[in-house]
Design a binder for this molecule. Structure first.
Ligand SMILES: Nc1ncnc2c1ncn2[C@@H]1O[C@H](COP(=O)(O)OP(=O)(O)OP(=O)(O)O)[C@@H](O)[C@H]1O
Ligand SMILES: [Mg+2]
Length: 239
């Protein structure tokens, strides 16, 4: 059967020039596959390689290994290790969204505009994009007086809500999301979880990194645990 994503024997070494070209093996011999509409929960201790694996899928990091075939709606099955920069940029624009652990935005852009931008690049009309962004920020419990403020001064949880909002509002086909609920209170956590489940119901496939057992149990169809850069065990998380 054709998988949505099939990773075979992937590895990633970092070469540290500053330490006499020391090799750091961050990921070794990673193989797994996922289907469309599935949510994989990527877990493991700090430093086990979770974010690195996610960045390899998004191609922020160029991995080595056999193959990482993604069933793209634009290109059909495509090996993300070998895809050209042009193909990767197109996939990122149209299909795959990466939500990092930390909010990284251009200074002096208001919160609502950061969220709306995700819809504007997909061709949504300006009025509609801003209306939906305000609605989503309200749903996430971000106080209205912050919508037009700059997120660089926001609290950790407020920044995280902007980060999550801009990643999921456009309902990408493939979502890579790193620790979406880490600094959220229970109520907001539940809103984020419900929003991700809504996306899943409309067909989005998700790789989710989380240290939070509650989020994992609510969201993941399957857990992929990393230990020292290797997959340790695959077990079903019961929702
Ligand atoms: N760009 C890089 N250059 C050098 N080493 C790196 C780089 N990125 C990650 N590493 C190393 O790879 C290993 C895995 O890091 P990674 O960020 O993937 O861990 P993680 O599982 O996401 O941890 P956390 O739960 O703390 O976010 C670490 O030893 C880290 O220092
Ligand atoms: Mg990480």
């Amino acid at each position: 059967m054709k998988h949505f994503l099939e990773v075979r024997n992937l590895s990633k070494n970092f070469l540290l020039h500053i330490l006499n070209d020391k090799h750091i093996p961050a990921l070794e011999d990673i193989s797994f596959s996922m289907d469309q509409g599935e949510i994989i929960g990527l877990t493991g201790k700090s430093g086990s390689g979770k974010s690195s694996l996610m960045k390899c899928v998004y191609r922020t990091y160029l991995a080595s290994g056999e193959s990482m075939v993604y069933d793209s709606s634009t290109f059909g099955p495509i090996d993300l290790i070998e895809a050209t920069e042009h193909q990767i940029l197109r996939i990122r624009k149209e299909e795959m969204t990466y939500c990092s652990q930390f909010l990284n935005v251009i200074p002096r852009v208001p919160a609502v505009e950061i969220v709306a931008e995700s819809l504007l690049v997909k061709g949504v009309a300006e009025n509609e994009a801003f209306r939906r962004s305000r609605e989503f920020l309200e749903r996430l419990g971000l106080p209205a007086e912050l919508w037009d403020a700059y997120p660089s001064t926001f609290s950790g949880g407020e920044q995280q809500r902007i980060n999550v909002a801009r990643s999921i509002i456009s309902q990408p086909r493939f979502l890579l999301i790193d620790e979406p609920t880490a600094s959220l209170d229970q109520k907001t956590k539940d809103v984020v979880i419900e929003a991700i489940l809504e996306m899943k119901r409309s067909g989005t496939s998700v790789i989710l990194i989380t240290h939070d057992e509650y989020t994992l149990t609510k969201l993941a169809d399957r857990e992929l645990k990393l230990v020292g850069g290797r997959i340790c065990e695959a077990e079903a998380a019961t929702a």
